[in-house]
Design a protein around this ligand. Sequence first.
Ligand code: NAG
Length: 170
Amino acid sequence: MLLKAIIAVVLVTGTLSHSNIHGTYYFSCQHGPAECKGNVYQSCALSQNQGDRKNVEFVNCIMRRNPDHFVNVEKCARKHEFNIGKIRNCSRGVEGSELLAQNGEKTLQLEPVLSFVPTIIYNDVYSNQDHMQSLKDFAAVVCSKIEGDKPEICANKRLPRTSWGFFEIF
Ligand SMILES: *[C@@H]1O[C@H](CO)[C@@H](O)[C@H](O)[C@H]1NC(C)=O
């Protein structure tokens, strides 16, 4: 049994803020318009519902490159068998804006507000400790959440220590 057989990964690519004024969407992202553009591409790709594994591989692929350059989206889409024509059409039309706005809503609903990417949430509830530990050893935290029989990878997993202090301000 593999960890991926147990967990479902939901990736959300959001915005800092968004608005719709007279039918036109406006977005604001932490690193500017290029980041929003990249987030539209990702939102469009993830909406193809290719499954957890492909979604994670696609996002990993694109985050290692410049995610707002369409040529990189094309490369990663081809590699991981996403429909690039659909991503192109989606990102140029209202569909891409609607998807990003929906994802932006999810981001804004986070409690406390999103302050770090990636923010890692289990079972829809944010825990600072889970998040911090996940950044160090994601598998260990997933293992700690599994009740009953655990997969082999969990045998020698211990939850990592995290440094406190700075993050307590959140
Ligand atoms: C993209 O849009 C064009 C123009 O509307 C259409 O002809 C084409 O079939 C679309 N491609 C995909 C993959 O949906």
